[in-house]
Design a protein around this ligand. Structure first.
Ligand code: MN
Length: 325
């Protein structure tokens, strides 16, 4: 790690920036299901959250012709919302509430676990050749995390033309546009496309913290060179971000009020204590599975078994990664 001209740079990256307090965070590859590798951009050792956004995976673009593609069997969630966003391809979501919902580019699948839900995510047999997208998690605050599960598909989201960009407001508000997506903390998620390259300056809420990730293209974000598969944390207090690209580019902007509740994140669960996570795991691995997490009908694959808990107690961490007693 080094600190050069205001940007803290991790793991051999070479960007510099005049913008203080921005942090360039390269993701790392992790397997998802049996056939898919994703780039994990949150949580990272250096940063765990951006607002209530607590998990960001970027997958593809990858040609899955003749391949299984994404095949994630039924698995549970607690304490979070999943946000699925595609640039290309198609994925079928099937959940324990009885929803079977294909998602295509420009649409939002938003699943709220409440105290428990289960779902599968699969590339359907008939689908476009390229798979490219994001899956993000939003931590539910205390007042929303014990509630009923629900699933919402949003086929039409507001778009803005700003500068050279087409901005789709996926979650939250930007300018005069507000997403209908139901979230429980002040939050922003927006896709920014510069289809012919160019420049755009976007107004930001200074009470939020923000980060930008690049899905496609080589871009300049507030003076920092940012290529596909990296996340630039913009910090708190920024009131504007400027993005430039020579060629076609696609980025995703996330932001939100800093999330002050320490979390325990383990496997597919977000909780507050070791005991909560251990209970969720025990429920999933026993007959209690069906009453707590429901049953995913219409997916032929067996449910995913939970991994073993570590031998040490899971600790809650605040948004800076510090453990709390
Ligand atoms: Mn999932």
């Amino acid at each position: 790690m080094s600190d050069t001209a205001g940007t803290v740079i991790f793991e051999g990256t070479q960007a510099t920036s005049a913008q203080p307090d921005s942090v360039l965070l390269p993701g790392h590859d992790v397997p998802l299901g049996r056939y898919t590798v994703v780039r994990r951009l949150l949580p990272l050792r250096q940063r765990r959250m951006v607002g209530a956004w607590c998990f960001v995976d970027h997958f593809g673009p990858v040609d899955i012709t003749g391949q299984p593609g994404m095949q994630v069997p039924p698995h549970p969630h607690t304490g979070l919302q999943t946000v699925t966003w595609l640039a290309e391809g198609e994925i079928l979501h099937t959940d324990s509430l009885g929803n079977s919902q294909p998602i295509r580019p420009g649409q939002l699948n938003l699943m709220s676990s409440g105290a428990g839900i289960s779902h599968s995510e699969q590339s359907p047999p008939e689908r476009p050749p390229i798979m490219h997208g994001l899956q993000l998690w939003v931590a539910l605050p205390e007042h929303a995390r014990h509630g009923e599960p629900r699933f919402d598909h949003y086929a039409d989201l507001p778009q803005l033309q700003i500068g050279d960009a087409t901005v789709t407001v996926v979650v939250g508000e930007m300018g005069a546009a507000a997403s209908p997506a139901l979230v429980h903390t002040p939050l922003l998620g927006a896709e920014i496309r510069l289809d012919g390259g160019g420049q755009v300056s976007l107004s930001l809420r200074p009470e939020f913290e923000h980060a930008v990730l690049v899905m496609d293209g080589d871009t300049d974000v507030d003076g920092t060179q940012l290529g596909s598969g990296s996340l630039l944390y913009l910090g708190e207090g920024a009131d504007e971000v400027t993005i430039e690209a020579a060629d076609a580019s696609r980025l995703f902007l996330i932001g939100g009020l800093p999330f002050d509740e320490p979390l325990v994140m383990w496997w597919n669960f977000v909780g507050r204590t070791h005991e909560e996570i251990a209970q969720a795991r025990a429920d999933w691995m026993s007959e209690a599975r069906h009453s707590r997490f429901g049953t995913v009908h219409g997916c032929v694959d067996d449910p995913l078994p939970a991994p073993d808990l570590p031998n040490v107690r899971l600790k809650a961490r605040d948004r800076f990664g510090q453990t709390v007693a």
